[in-house]
Design a binder for this molecule. Structure first.
Ligand SMILES: Nc1nc2c(c(=O)[nH]1)N[C@H]1C(S)=C(S)[C@@H](COP(=O)(O)OP(=O)(O)OC[C@H]3O[C@@H](n4cnc5c(=O)[nH]c(N)nc54)[C@H](O)[C@@H]3O)O[C@H]1N2
Ligand SMILES: Nc1nc2c(c(=O)[nH]1)N[C@H]1C(S)=C(S)[C@@H](COP(=O)(O)OP(=O)(O)OC[C@H]3O[C@@H](n4cnc5c(=O)[nH]c(N)nc54)[C@H](O)[C@@H]3O)O[C@H]1N2
Ligand code: SF4
Ligand SMILES: [Mo]
Length: 732
């Protein structure tokens, strides 16, 4: 039987399946597609594990929901939510349900591969593991000889086995690790961290008043918030939502304001103005727990609702009313900071403003307020990295004011690779990241990759980055792997792990094995850092605690206590310099940064052009899931959204092809005419317009936002700022 990308299962059937998963344990067969797969000798799992229900963890996005995999005759037939995992409120989303396709997709990476054609041509030959691993090690040794150990960058995103990859980088001796936060939430972490000493979690379940700006929780799912914001326990819940688009969250909100992009800080400063002027803040809390309120008072004098209305286009009387309602609901009120912040070049200061607004109403560490995260501690993995002399600082050291040593900054790093300053980087090891899709300005990433002498990608599918690599190492998927224990922090912290549902198919291997085999070839010293089995590693993580191991085995999760606790930090020193909540940041002042957030108005675009805004859909995770057969059934291309009035002016018709031109490139896209967006913006979702022909369902469909979006940067955290691009839209 030849395997073709197939839609095999109808959308209706799939939706039925999802609904079923949301309510209970029906073991509905996944249909003909999997019977056909099970019958194919090509891909019968090597499993002799038979019929089992496996408690494991979803790997389809960052939330890591609990899953029960129904394995029948050695095939994973269906995934159900694990009711013991409280954080997902017994839910698996569409992507979680569709996870089986990551195992059985005909487009997955099956064997180690070595490139035979030009980079990007997609021509590879199958290789043995020995040959591929030897080739990687030869290149890593040659690169170290030629350029030093810093001459190779280790690129990765969060995943349970990522730790082994970063350990390998450390043992190899490269200071250059490049992780996803500088494409995601590093300015958020920075802004809240500078104020509270940590990035707290809004207690959405118990709050009475939520303001969400730039956080589309009905589509950009974060559990449990996406569920709790609709259900809540209070019953008096109010949700105010600011977004240039009328999203599914807007549909569920009490009030929606189509805010002018990049002006959230004006709205927040005006709320602070009202709350301070009208004495609605929590005076006792402010006196006891915060620093610098006296400097805030004159600072916000000019930021009146009337001033803000002209900036953010939300009426002054609404700002004033919302500020009063918000303060009255305190402490059960949250200005929800969201997760991703890579929109504008003032995002860190915008998050500071959000943090200050929360602080002055005294919602800190209280039920229904902003609660610092707790975490169940795990025993660390100790290893001795070999010592190498003359290892330089990381390539982009000092580029951002507060650069994360561990995460780096994609924007600054890539620029320095291209300048070849202060030293050349010529090797790239990539684990579970797809920079050609996730880093703004794709052309620059292509140039960066072009000048690499060696690129190795460890992934599960032939994504764009794999297609431009030299050696591909197939990792086993999350449903085939035994993974370390992971401590998920939050208001109600939990331990989870992964158990294999079937044996890894084809020749895919878990990352620990891959790192062990590479380390072995690098020599004894390095190999010593990987000298354990997964079982030993997991036992070490929990000091062999039988209670934890039993709970994980039987329920897939371990909670230390039944309910969250509040107020643990009250009266204690926070992790800021003063030990208090820093409204005025002396730390920022010392670095020459604004110690209180100063409003900066975003530029207007050229006449006739639109600001390009990005955002999630509920059916896709980044650029990872578009080629998933089930999800492709729901969404098979991305449309460019344009407001009806603008489309009429241009004589454009719904569904027709248009050219979208940014200063970087032009993409052809299908037009969606809608009232659900501001007339000065267009919107495009992420993950389409791929370069790799190895993603057979979606190759040739939709367009790439990464190609269109320019690479501006937020200079305090080094976060990519992705909403400064303006585009023209014309008929194709
Ligand atoms: N389904 C799904 N869920 C996910 C993910 C996924 O890929 N798919 N990814 C996860 C990850 S890693 C992250 S970081 C989070 C991201 O979570 P979010 O940050 O909530 O997600 P986005 O959709 O990127 O952006 C949210 C909204 O901001 C709006 N927006 C744009 N500009 C502005 C502005 O200037 N002001 C305001 N107020 N709004 C603006 C956009 O229109 C969009 O609807 O989602 C997580 N959850
Ligand atoms: N233009 C644009 N760019 C963006 C965003 C946007 O909205 N628009 N969002 C930004 C945000 S918030 C984030 S967090 C980043 C995320 O972007 P990335 O850090 O690139 O992460 P992902 O897209 O989640 O996953 C990357 C790769 O992991 C692979 N993968 C999946 N599971 C496994 C596995 O088990 N093992 C291995 N080895 N590989 C696996 C997938 O095939 C995929 O190719 O993108 C950012 N970039
Ligand atoms: S939100 Fe969906 S994709 Fe993400 S972990 Fe949960 S079920 Fe999986
Ligand atoms: Mo993210």
């Amino acid at each position: 039987m030849t395997l073709k990308p197939s839609k095999g299962i109808s959308r209706r059937k799939f939706m039925l399946l999802s609904a079923c998963a949301a309510v209970g344990f029906g073991t509905m067969s996944i249909g003909k597609r999997f019977q056909a797969l099970a019958a194919s000798k090509d891909i019968i799992p090597l499993s002799d594990l038979g019929n089992r229900d496996v408690f494991t963890t979803c790997g389809m996005c960052v939330n890591k929901c609990g899953v029960i995999a129904r394995v029948r005759n050695g095939v994973i037939e269906k995934l159900d939510p694990n009711p013991y995992f409280l954080k997902s409120r017994s839910m698996l989303c569409a992507r979680g349900n569709a996870g089986v396709d990551s195992v059985y997709s005909p487009d997955r990476l099956k064997y180690p591969m070595i490139r035979t054609g030009q980079r990007g041509e997609g021509k590879f030959r199958r290789a043995s593991w020995d040959e591929a691993l030897d080739l990687v090690v030869k290149n890593l040794s040659d690169l170290a000889e030629k350029y030093g150990r810093a001459g190779t960058v280790f690129v990765s995103s969060e995943e349970f086995q990522e730790h082994f990859f970063t350990t390998f980088a450390e043992c190899y001796g490269s200071p250059n690790t490049l992780r996803h936060p500088s494409l995601c939430l590093s300015s958020n972490i920075q802004g809240f961290g500078a104020t509270f000493g940590t990035n707290p979690t809004p207690d959405v379940l118990n709050t009475d008043y939520i303001i969400m700006s730039g956080a589309n929780r009905s589509e950009a799912l974060i559990t449990p918030d996406s569920i709790d914001m609709l259900t809540g326990s209070g019953g008096r819940r109010k949700l105010v939502y600011l977004d240039p688009r009328f999203t599914k969250t807007a549909a569920k909100a009490d009030e929606w304001f189509p805010i002018r992009p990049g002006t959230d800080m004006a709205f927040i400063l005006a709320m602070i103005h009202v709350i301070v002027k009208e004495n609605l803040y929590d005076r006792k809390f402010v006196e006891e727990q915060t620093e610098g309120f006296d400097k805030l008072v004159p600072h916000i004098e000019a930021y009146s609702p009337e001033w803000a209305a002209a900036k953010c286009e939300i009426p002054a009387e609404d700002i004033r009313r919302i500020a009063r309602e918000f303060a009255m609901a305190a402490p059960k009120a949250v200005y929800y900071q969201g997760r991703r912040s890579s929109f504008f070049d003032n995002d860190t200061q915008m998050r500071r403003a959000m943090a200050i607004l929360n602080a002055i109403i005294g919602n800190w560490d209280k039920i229904g307020g902003m609660v610092p995260n707790s975490q169940i501690p795990l025993e660390g993995h100790e290893f001795v990295a070999p010592f190498y002399e003359d290892i330089p600082e990381r390539l982009e050291a000092n580029a951002a004011t507060y650069l994360s040593e561990k995460d780096g900054s994609w924007k600054y790093f890539r620029d320095r690779v291209l300048e070849q300053k202060p030293y050349p980087v010529k090797g790239m090891m990539i684990y579970k990241q797809n920079p050609l899709v996730s880093v703004a300005n794709r052309e620059k990433t292509l140039k960066m990759m072009e000048q690499m002498e060696f690129i190795c990608t460890i992934d599960i599918t032939m994504n764009d980055t794999a297609c431009y690599s030299d050696v591909l190492l197939p990792e086993a998927t999350y449903l085939e792997r035994e993974d370390p224990i992971e401590s998920l922090g939050g208001i109600h912290p939990v331990l989870v792990w992964r158990e294999p549902c079937i044996k890894p198919m084809y020749e895919s291997r878990p990352n620990l094995w891959i790192m062990q085999e590479l380390a072995k070839r690098m020599g004894d010293e390095m190999s010593a850092s990987f000298n354990y089995t997964m079982q030993e590693y997991r036992e070490h993580q929990v000091k062999n605690n039988p209670e934890i191991l039993k709970a994980l085995k039987e329920k897939g999760v371990y909670y230390e206590k039944d309910t969250p606790t509040y107020g643990q930090t009250i009266g204690k020193k926070l992790k800021t310099k003063s030990g208090k909540i820093e409204i005025f940041s002396q730390k920022y002042a010392d670095k020459g940064l604004d110690p209180l957030p100063v409003y900066k108005h975003p530029e207007s675009g050229p006449a006739g052009q639109y600001r390009l805004i990005l955002g999630r859909t509920a059916y896709m995770t980044h650029g990872t899931t578009a080629n998933n057969a089930f999800l492709f059934d729901i969404m098979s291309e991305n449309h460019i959204w344009l407001h009806t009035s603008e489309a009429m002016k241009k004589g454009l018709k719904d569904g027709q092809m248009v050219k979208v031109k940014s200063p970087l490139t032009t993409e052809s896209l299908r037009l969606l005419i809608t009232e659900k967006i501001r007339p000065d913006c267009v919107y495009l979702s992420h993950g389409f317009g791929v370069l790799s022909k190895g993603q057979r369902l979606i190759f040739g469909k939709g367009g790439s936002d990464a190609a269109l979006v320019e690479d501006f940067v937020e200079p305090i955290s080094g976060n990519m700022a992705m909403h400064h691009t303006f585009v023209e839209v014309t008929a194709a």
